[in-house]
Write a protein that binds this ligand. Sequence first.
Ligand SMILES: [Zn+2]
Length: 199
Amino acid sequence: MVELVRKTIEAGGRFSQRLEAGDLFRIVDLEGRQAVDFLVFAAELPADRYNAANTVKINANVYLGKGTKLYSDRARVLMTITDDTVGRHDTIGGCCSAWSNFVRYGVKDTPGCFENFVAELARWSMGPEDVVTNVNFFMNVPVRQDGGMAIEAGRSKPGDFVELRAETPVIVVLSNCPQRNNPAAGFGPTPVEVIVARP
Ligand SMILES: [Zn+2]
């Protein structure tokens, strides 16, 4: 196993990386209760990107965890979750943005994951139209029996991690959620660590 990248992403920071098929990508929640917003694109055809609806219906579960395959628009498997110490991650809540923070919390011009994604996607010649409904690792978004949902306090503890295997060459993009207005990041964002390894 060769470690290609090991990097701490500051609270509210962002990251992107191309991975080859077989590469392992680990995200470590260093202090716990952090949310990490995540997008993934087929490197050879970025228009074929993560599709939350395909992922939920083909895995037949609204939550993501160990064994979940992340499907694309064309229903190809982009990545598989190979390890997970939390057990449940969200893909219905989407990302936060300055716009939705204003509507939900009445605060203007706050940093958001949408803005982070747009800034990071520019590295890959992609733009706002490439921000689709994403994965929220470590984010706790329970769906009730009556269909109610809520963003609740994160369940991850310091050192909890999720690991994914690239099943094809991909570009991964993440926003270490800067949210301070709901419990997604425990009302105060904290750093995470990313590790890329090649078996
Ligand atoms: Zn966010």
